[in-house]
Design a protein around this ligand. Structure first.
Ligand code: F2R
Ligand code: MG
Ligand code: MG
Ligand code: MG
Length: 314
């Protein structure tokens, strides 16, 4: 069924992994030529290899499936650190490597997360980039999604903006997954449902999104930094989704075209879009080329089962 939870969970994780891989080629670049981006997105020639964004998302998805939709912080932190040490070449940034290496060396995750960036904690987009699975646990209220997203972020990102990024991204996915595909999204309602559950700084950035939906995409990269911070990356990802809720190809091109943290902004926008459109919307050449597509589908199916009444604890 096109609106079943399973197809939405699969759509979200598959599309996000594809977008991560497509965007990774351009990460850190600015002023991108739209034709170069279109060429990469329209003509997938080789295998789509994803980055740290998808590696950490899969850890979180598999964790939620194994724990009845609930976050167990010690096991989750260990899972993130294990995934990094098994595949350190996936494109992790310097701050994440420092923290994950500390956890691997036996430093408690609370201490590692709290001491990051001179004690202010990370405000990077790393907790947001992996947050989609939290919005894909069925049967939770939006308040429960926000609580679980906060817990999922806290093992690595203790700065309020880093946490709010995860809350906003998980809520956007949850709302998209709950909205029938043929039912238009009410932009102001979506933004308010998210903004009401974040702090004032993040909410103000989110409330600037509706004004950016009709104009040129360049208005988004003028308004937001589109960088590796949560505040600079999550609002533009939500904006790109709301501009292209039913068109994954246009969405991924536009998200990458913003420049900056291209893999992460594209993956977050795509996770929301896939939750709304379902697996059928994932372009076949992308899913055919996607690395470990069977594992991605299995992770989505595990999330779907985590909402069984007997198991669910969110
Ligand atoms: N980092 C990258 N890509 C660049 C490096 C690629 C790699 N070296 C390679 O060669 O392949 N990509 C991935 O990292 C981003 C997610 O970042 P995360 O996990 O949040 O990391 P971090 O380091 O905690 O934060 C990211 C940046 O945010 C700024 N920042 C964070 N907290 C701060 C604070 N308290 N004060 C000031 N600045 C803060 C820093 O600039 C951090 O570098 C994703 O893009 C993922 O794809
Ligand atoms: Mg990455
Ligand atoms: Mg900018
Ligand atoms: Mg990135």
């Amino acid at each position: 069924a096109p609106n079943s939870w399973q197809t939405r969970a699969r759509g979200s994780l598959l599309l996000a992994a594809c977008a991560d891989a497509l965007g990774s080629v351009f990460e850190g670049q600015r002023g991108l030529d739209p034709e170069r981006v279109a060429e990469a997105v329209d003509h997938v020639a080789s295998s789509l290899c994803w980055t740290d964004d998808t590696a950490q998302t899969l850890v979180l998805a598999e964790h939620l499936a194994a724990h009845g939709g609930r976050i167990e912080s010690d096991a989750l932190a260990a899972g993130f650190a294990d995934a990094w040490s098994a595949e350190p070449w996936r494109g992790y940034g310097h701050g994440a490597v420092q923290m994950l290496a500390q956890i691997n060396d036996g430093t408690p995750w609370r201490e590692a997360a709290q001491s990051a960036f001179g004690g202010s904690g990370s405000l990077g987009n790393g907790a947001a980039m992996r947050a989609a699975p939290v919005g894909l646990v069925p049967g939770c209220s939006l308040d429960e999604v926000a609580v679980a997203a906060t817990a999922s972020a806290g093992v690595s990102h203790v700065h309020p903006e880093g946490i709010d990024g995860a809350v906003a991204q998980a809520l956007a996915v949850a709302i998209a997954a709950r909205t029938p595909k043929d039912q238009g999204l009410q932009v102001n309602e979506v933004i308010e449902a998210i903004a009401a559950r974040t702090g004032a700084v993040f909410a103000a950035e989110l409330r600037a999104v509706p004004a950016l939906l009709a104009g040129p995409a360049a208005a988004i990269s003028d308004r937001y930094r589109c960088d590796a911070t949560a505040l600079g990356a999550v609002p533009p990802a939500i904006a790109v989704f709301l501009r292209h809720p039913d068109d994954p190809v246009a969405l991924v091109k536009e998200a990458i075209g913003l420049g900056g943290d291209t893999d992460t902004i594209a993956a977050m926008a795509a996770a929301i879009c896939g939750a709304h459109c379902g697996e059928a919307a994932v372009p076949q050449p992308w899913s055919a080329a996607l690395e470990q597509a069977a594992r991605v589908r299995a992770a989505a199916d595990g999330l779907t089962r985590s909402g069984d009444a007997a198991q669910r604890r969110c």
